[in-house]
Design a protein around this ligand. Structure first.
Ligand code: NAP
Length: 499
């Protein structure tokens, strides 16, 4: 039996995913909604991250909602602050701010199968109820700090890249950066510029290709604003290039290995032209296939290692001491690197604490996180889960489609449109994906992934977050974005039950 609820829908997360979901729900007539956000403002990743050098790594014409183009991007790859501004613009234009509540940490959500109601409990002791629950908590939103022995004894500053201290001055500092992922690649050249000494601790090298980036001339911006079709054309060209990279380089590795190898050759040539020292080049060269982990672009990262005041340290970290980091030395001894500012560019924990980001309990007491971890990570079309009625999980296994997160969001918005349209048509308010449809989607994804670089290539030394703790690559949806979008528009309606 249905009962009154505080909201029709509760969305958790006010980043681009949560805002996209809110825009779609409002289009579907779901107006009584709230967006709960852990941080003190909207924008998700682009609110949390503000370290020096932050920029998008997907050209901005593509890294934005297709229905809300922004003609004012200053560069091909816009700096992080412009993304935050764009998020604010979207919130204002689509009247989302009045739905948002900041500083709310969701602790759990549970489904009451008799009342058809979600109850969302917050850390401050509230229990909010809704008909629908949407989680949009991000993929890279639970910062990871490795438990290095002795780290608590460190006497200097420790800064995780997600908790950047704006204006922190590295002048005269003996800095260290741990990690060489996409974040470190952007940050290292910035720190190298001012620090007295910088040591980069690398465990796994990253594939880096040249970045073709430039300011977008004012006349072009004016053209984008006056004749939007020109920006749409630019988007189409860029998205097609990315798509080729993804489909041929990553998903169809088995059939298109030479394309993947070409990308690796390009990255190696880039390294060769940028780093003078041959031993350093060898250390910076990955020993896994291109695409096993997310590659990145930079014209300044490799060059930083030519500087006399920048060292690359590839030995294992043994412990942290108050004034430095101790690593394994070359002859079985130990070596200490003196450090007074320790930057942790150590990324995020996806699979242990983020899928999902809080406890979610469905029908029959099914605990989503437990079910995923003890069985297999799965979500029908990367958005719904059997035994979790009226629940949409935007950051879920096999949900990430294409290279731009906006492709993922917009595919999910289309799925929501079709699903809520069908609910309306039937005069129903409850949906649940069938176990059979979910299994079929999982089987298809598993089969398709067999051709990808993750299984057909050599990823054994990549330590990629695309792989979960069971060694399965369950993050990316192994289909072209076109076929994903088509499926989101046309999935069989009887893959769901309605009540
Ligand atoms: P990441 O790719 O997960 O990199 C974390 C780094 O920390 C890795 O080099 C990792 O080494 C290292 N690390 C972790 N634990 C360690 C330990 N115990 N000892 C030594 N090293 C350790 O995280 P990220 O760089 O923050 O990037 C995450 C993702 O965010 C990117 O892939 C990208 O999708 C996105 N991103 C995008 C942009 C953008 O331009 N839009 C910028 C930054 C990030 P191992 O590889 O050996 O584990």
């Amino acid at each position: 039996m249905s009962r009154a609820t505080d909201f029709e829908a509760i969305i958790v997360g006010a980043g681009f995913g949560g805002m996209g979901a809110a825009i779609e729900l409002k289009r579907q007539g779901v107006e009584r909604l709230t967006i709960l956000e852990r941080e003190d403002d909207l924008g998700g990743t682009w609110h949390v991250n503000h370290y020096p050098g932050l920029a998008v790594d997907i050209a901005s014409v593509t890294y934005s909602y297709s229905f809300e183009p922004n003609p004012s991007w200053s560069r091909l790859f816009a700096p992080g602050a412009e993304l935050k501004k764009y998020a604010e613009h979207v919130a204002d234009k689509y009247d989302l701010r009045r739905h948002m509540e900041f500083g709310v940490v969701v602790a759990s959500a549970s489904w009451d199968d008799d009342a058809d109601v979600w109850t969302v409990r917050t850390d401050d002791g509230r229990a909010l109820t809704s008909r629908y629950l949407v989680t949009a908590t991000g993929f890279l939103s639970q910062p990871y700090t490795p438990d290095f022995p002795g780290i608590d004894s460190f006497a200097g500053e420790i800064i995780h890249t997600t908790a950047w201290r704006d204006g922190y001055d590295f002048t005269g500092k003996k800095a260290a950066v741990i990690g060489t992922g996409a974040t470190a690649v952007q940050l290292i050249p910035e720190i190298a510029r001012t620090a007295r000494r910088l040591t980069v601790f690398q465990r796994t090298p990253i594939w880096v290709v040249p970045k073709v980036d430039f300011p977008i001339p004012r006349p072009v911006r004016k053209l984008f604003a006056a004749v939007p079709v020109t920006q749409r054309a630019a988007r189409a060209v860029n998205t097609s290039l990315l798509e080729m990279l993804m489909v041929f380089g990553v998903l169809h590795y088995r059939q298109a290995k030479p394309g993947n190898q070409l990308a690796a050759l390009l990255a190696k040539a880039h390294l060769r032209t940028q780093v003078r020292d041959a031993a350093t080049r060898r250390q910076l060269t990955p020993s896994y296939d291109f695409g096993c982990k997310r590659p990145t672009f930079s014209n300044s990262y490799f060059r930083a290692f030519n500087r006399d005041d920048v060292d690359l340290q590839t030995s294992s970290i043994v412990r942290v001491e108050p004034d430095g980091i101790v690593v394994d030395g070359p002859d079985g001894d130990e070596l200490k690197v003196e450090v007074d500012t320790l930057v942790l560019a150590t990324g995020f924990n996806l699979w242990d604490v983020n899928f999902p980001a809080f406890t979610i309990t469905g029908r029959n007491g099914r605990d989503l996180g437990k079910w995923w971890r003890e069985g297999r990570f799965q979500a029908y079309e990367g958005i719904t889960v059997p035994e979790f009625p009226n629940f949409l999980t935007l950051n879920s296994p096999y949900s990430y489609s294409g290279l731009s997160y906006f492709t993922t969001i917009e595919g999910q918005m289309r799925h929501m449109a079709r699903l809520f349209g069908e609910l309306r048509r039937r005069g129903r308010s409850r949906f649940e994906v069938t176990a059979e449809a979910n299994e079929k989607f999982l089987d298809d994804a598993t089969r398709r992934l067999g051709d990808s670089v993750f299984y057909a290539g050599d990823c054994s030394r990549s330590r990629s977050y695309y792989f979960n703790q069971h060694g399965e690559a369950t993050l990316l949806r192994p289909q072209s974005t076109l076929s994903t979008l088509r499926e989101m528009d046309s999935f069989p309606l009887d893959d769901y039950t309605y009540a």
